[in-house]
Design a protein around this ligand. Structure first.
Ligand code: ATP
Length: 304
């Protein structure tokens, strides 16, 4: 089955209908391992774009060696450990006259704790690039390394392990399982990792608190706003404590204010946890929140 045509939350692939009716299913994500965020103590997200405690100099979601203020976070990102390395990456769809060179010789590096925006017009190659980096698609040439592991050379089982332990995904259409509550959705990766029930419940509660949804655990996706659904998706993506979080147009279905709050949340995750976050977006207001912007034009990269 092609990863392009599979729904988000690969934790549930083949088990649940993961895409709400009327929404396209394009991606597959497989997350199953669970490790504590912030040593099991994620701090609540306060809707103001910061993890509680963090902006006020607290330890919120701070990870080892991760500073918490804007400029300091940028400096840490610049100097910090390399998480993503993309070298000469290319992807062509089709052949001959019909060939589409979606990604052409793209190279860049991403450090720990960086929030990197990927922008470009529709068709510029953003989704293709993110899918290649996340191991959802294979390149025609070049190499991707995430947390020191070669994604492009990985076997299918190695890719599965990467998507379960190292790379988290968030998509425009949220990809929540409609029949499950918010807590159950966040708990799917933990169930697959066979985390004991008590530990799982504790961890799910902490993750929901972290994204500001502590009081919404029992609600199903249709009972939540779009922004709340995306927060559930963020909590689920963080359940496996990924080094890299890939977000493809995570605010595409949200109004601008809600979109901004999701970007604030992603920024807080990057700064507080040291997660490298790669976000594809069209929105200039959201791009302003990023530490760096990569611009794609016809598959080629320019950095601004
Ligand atoms: N599976 C595919 N088969 C053939 N061509 C494809 C496929 N997927 C993408 N393309 C083409 O590759 C190019 C890049 O597409 P991609 O979806 O990566 O762009 P994008 O920047 O994410 O666009 P958007 O902002 O509209 O989502 C486009 O010309 C698109 O038509």
């Amino acid at each position: 089955m092609s990863t392009w045509d599979e729904a988000a939350t690969g934790a549930a692939v083949g088990r649940f209908p993961v895409t709400p009716p009327g929404q396209p299913a394009r991606h597959r994500v497989e997350n199953s391992h669970a490790y504590p965020v912030n040593g099991g103590r994620p701090a609540p997200y306060d809707n103001q774009g910061e993890v509680a405690g963090q902006a006020r100099g607290g330890t919120g979601m701070d990870g080892p060696g991760v500073t918490v203020t804007g400029q300091a976070a940028r400096a840490t990102a610049a100097l910090g450990d390399e998480v993503v390395r993309v070298e000469g990456l290319s992807r062509t769809y089709g052949r001959g006259e019909r060939a589409v060179h979606a990604v052409r010789d793209v190279s860049f590096r991403g450090g720990r704790g960086e929030l990197i925006a990927v922008r470009g017009r529709s068709g510029a190659g953003k989704t293709t690039l993110l899918n290649l980096i996340g191991g959802l698609d294979r390149p025609n040439g070049g190499r991707v390394t995430v947390a020191g592991r070669d994604v492009t050379a990985a076997s299918e089982s190695e890719l599965l392990a990467l998507r379960r332990g190292t790379i988290g995904f968030i998509f425009q259409t949220f990809g929540l399982v409609p029949i499950l509550s918010a807590a159950e959705n966040v708990g799917v990766p933990l169930r697959l990792a066979r985390v004991p029930a008590a530990q799982r419940e504790e961890r799910v509660a902490m993750l929901l608190e972290m994204v500001g949804l502590g009081g919404h655990a029992a609600q199903r996706p249709y009972e939540l706003s779009g922004g709340q659904q995306q927060r559930v998706a963020v909590a689920r993506a963080l359940a496996n404590e990924p080094s890299l979080l890939i977000a493809d147009e995570p605010t595409g279905q949200l109004d601008s204010e809600t979109g901004r709050s999701i970007m604030d949340l992603l920024r807080a995750v990057a700064r507080g946890r040291g997660t490298t976050v790669l976000v594809a977006t069209h929105d200039p207001a959201l791009i302003e929140l990023a530490d760096r912007t990569l611009t794609l034009r016809d598959g080629r990269l320019t950095e601004s």
